[in-house]
Write a protein that binds this ligand. Sequence first.
Ligand code: GLN
Length: 451
Amino acid sequence: TDAYLQRAESAAALNAYVRLTPEKAKAQAELSDQRIADAEARPLEGIPLGIKDLFCTEGIETNAASHILDGFVPPYESTVSANLLADGAVFLGKLNLDEFAMGSSNETSYYGPVINPWRREGEDTKLTPGGSSGGSSAAVAARLCAGATATDTGGSIRQPASLTGTVGIKPTYGRCSRWGIVAFASSLDQAGPIARDVRDAAILLTSMAGHDPKDSTSIDRPVPDYEKALEGGVKGLKIGIPKEYRLDGMNAEIDAIWQKGADLLKAQGAEIVEVSLPLTKYALPVYYIVAPAEASSNLARYDGVKYGLRVHDDNIDEMYSKTRAAGFGKEVQRRLMIGTYVLSAGYYDAYYLRAQRVRKKIADEMAKVFEEVDLLLTPSSPSAAFGLGEKSSDPLEMYLNDVFTVTANLAGVPGISVPAGLDAQGLPLGLQLIAPAFGEETMLRGAAALE
Ligand code: GLN
């Protein structure tokens, strides 16, 4: 714990942590020392973790990287972080993210962007660690924690993992409780781990997952020992390559790494087959209707009355609008505008309702392909880490980052990103495995074979 805290302090320029909590960490570590001495160690005893600042932590300020949550100190602990604490983990502090987890580069954070510890060979350009879990991915990649919590609404665990050479798991919807996690788009949000390797990620997921009566969408199903699944191997598994994921004009290096991954799985006894998911092209537009719609509803609660920031005005309507104008950043305001528009009386049928129908078809198509194959293999992200500021002026270009990841959220199925190699500039690229709902164990068998 001391070593990680020192490293985290000396790497403050990466901006991965928004707040370190050394006193609390040291007290937890001392307790862990005692339990180890008493031969009463729990599964994660003394393991120093970083917590994405979207998870409410009891008595520790939680802002979701938004000005509007300034000074908000939750009186309760999120279920996922409580599960980790109950297993003996030590929390080093809270990690930076895109504001309310809306973004793919960590540049929408009120606390400024996170810097990826990776650089292009021979260059000093500062690169993004991905987003929205950019603090989590950068901290794990730079060894500022042994593992981190993260959340994934449209790719925010898998894309940052891909851009930093780390492993990230988005579990099945309902596998981890959403209780105490600041809500973005409730039907898509899932918590999961970012870790150095597949084994660490599997161990963290075992601890994070589980039924929670406080989240009505949490599923009551026993949690397997995910670490054990790693021994399974891929012999006899049928793995599909969805041909629609081969985008026009896609970076040839990504294609080569994808092929290499398929060859690696084949060499270990898996059967590789081409499959078709024709609705893939609708996933991104559907996501960018459904996610903002749910966000506009979830973020209605930040009105200057109950939480954080309040800009005073004698007129209550003025107080609401001044608080929201000052408290939300540009990207969040853009999402709220889109979300309110697609839910409005005149446009609801044309946008929101239609998007919901297509979403169901996408989920059905996904379920159907899993009657043929055990897993899908795709790239995690259409590019390696890009420079800060490179895409932030064009929201549509930024949204394209999520092209390979949003389908799993729309369908509620699990996905993992595993480091698969370096591009010509020396930057990491990840491959994604997608499994049917509650297929995490099979997915981990595949991931271990890719590592
Ligand atoms: N990049 C996507 C978005 O901005 C996904 C974010 C996420 O998964 N939290 O909505």
